[in-house]
Each structure stands twice: as structure tokens, then as C-alpha cells.
Design a protein around this ligand. Sequence first.
Ligand SMILES: Nc1ncnc2c1ncn2[C@@H]1O[C@H](COP(=O)(O)OP(=O)(O)O)[C@@H](O)[C@H]1O
Ligand SMILES: [Mg+2]
Length: 280
Amino acid sequence: MHNCIQVNNHEMTNMYLDYWGFIDFPFENVPDPKFFYLSSSHKEALTRLIYAAQMRKGGAMLSGEIGCGKTVLSKVYTQRFSGEKYDIAFIINPKLEADEFLQEVLYQFGINHTPHTKVECLRMLNDRMIENIRRDKNTLLIVDEAQLLNGSTFEEIRLLLNFQLNDRFLLTIILLGQPELRGKVRDIEQLNQRIAIKYHLTPFDFEDTLKYIIFRQKKAGGKENAFSIEAIQRIYEYTKGVPRKINNFCDLSLLIGFSTQESKIGTKLVENIINDGALF
Ligand SMILES: Nc1ncnc2c1ncn2[C@@H]1O[C@H](COP(=O)(O)OP(=O)(O)O)[C@@H](O)[C@H]1O
Ligand SMILES: [Mg+2]
């Protein structure tokens, strides 16, 4: 019985793809750079973060509401630097005490045997950065969900920005986080001053929502847009242009549209989804 259900689910999802003519699922909520759409806000964010790294600024901060695309943007960002002269550590779960945080930073730089004491960790990190300078490499530390950092870990980050050589920062720290991150950084004046580059990522406007929905369908192998313009207008109003919400909405629309054998996703189907309240 159990197996039977699994087989049916599998067939269902395949049929959803076949029915709409996709090779991949167009609206999956995974930060896959392949599906990255460059809206004007995402472009500006990327430009500023690239500038921060290239100019060896001390720090940069990217804030934005949940689901706006900070994490996927950071993937595109690091991909941009792969093969170039960058040494990158990426922290995705920063809810750590200050000492653990330093160990995690070293670990993410690929150092497996991290020292136990803080002073040794800092020395090791310092050596790494000096070595990178010698090899003409930039050192980059990216912290996702940085609003979760606790007070002492913020303080540790501030201290990391003291690593300087002849006025040049040895390390560029990129903080990504939800809107409350801005207030937390502002409260630590010395940190705030060192974070020279800041940007707040905004949701898509209608124009970008429309282009985004079409773009993702194409990337998934679709030959034509399955959504009417009016349906996209309603999806935009309902999701307020937040990409993760758009993905959920569009994915569900395609599934229901398949099960009721629609030829296109129109306003009626979209209204039904909104009214049944199951989405958000
Ligand atoms: N510019 C974009 N291009 C393509 N997909 C995006 C974009 N922005 C967001 N997404 C989609 O929305 C989802 C949520 O984005 P994410 O980066 O996780 O948001 P955040 O980190 O801001 O909460 C991602 O998994 C991705 O599928
Ligand atoms: Mg994220």
C-alpha cells in the first residue's frame, strides 16, 4: 500500500512536468544559481558586494525580508569568484558562541583541525590572511542569517575587522540578514563604521515578477508561458513580489492546473488558491 502511494506520487509529478512541457520543476524553492534572475534590486546588491570584495573593504551588509533572495544571491556571488583569487568561508548557521564561531570560520576555510583556544584560532586566522595577501588572494567571510549572531559574536566580528595591514583590510566580511540586522549593526558604532557598503534588497515590482515567472519557466525547459498576464497580476498582488512566495504560488497553480486539466493558469484558478487560504 505504502509503495503504491509513492509510485503514484512519482507519476503525478512527472505528469505535471509533461503536462506543462517542463524538464525541471520551474518554481522550486532552492537557492540554485541556474535559476537566478537579475532584477534591478538584485543587480544593485550584487554590484555593491562585488565592489566590497574587489576593493578590499572591511565589511558589507545585505539586508532584506525573508524569501527575497539573499541566500541565492550569495551563491551567485561566490560562484562569480570561483577560480579567481579569493579564499572564501561561508557560515550558514551563525547561532554560535564567539569561540565556536571562530572555529567554524576556520573550518569553513577548510582547516579541519581547529585549535581549542581562542587565541590560537585567531593566530591561525591571522596566518591564513597574511598568507593570502602574499599570494595576492582576497579573504572573504560571508555570514548568512547574521541577525542571529549574539552580542559577543558580533563583538568578535568587530574585532576581526581590526586585522589590517598598512591601512588595508586583511578580511572582507559580508553580513546577510533579515531587516532587524540593520538595527543590530547600527547599535555597535565601531562595527557600523567599518561596514562601508550597505544595501537593502527589495521584493520584485510587477514588471520583474512577470519577467521572473517567464524566465523560470524557460530555464525549466518550458516553451511557452503557462500563466495569463491577469493571473500574474493577482499573484503579484498577493505575494507582494517576494520570490519565495511567488514560487510557492506558481508551483501550486501548476499542480492544480494539471489536475483540473487547464490549458493556461488564469485568474479563476489563482482566485481559488487565494480563497482556499492554504497557501500562506
Ligand atoms: N533573483 C532570484 N532569482 C531566482 N530565484 C530567486 C531569486 N530571488 C529569490 N529566488 C528564489 O526564492 C527562494 C528564496 O530565496 P532565498 O535566497 O532563500 O531568500 P532569503 O535568503 O532572502 O530568505 C530561493 O530558493 C529562490 O528559489
Ligand atoms: Mg536565506
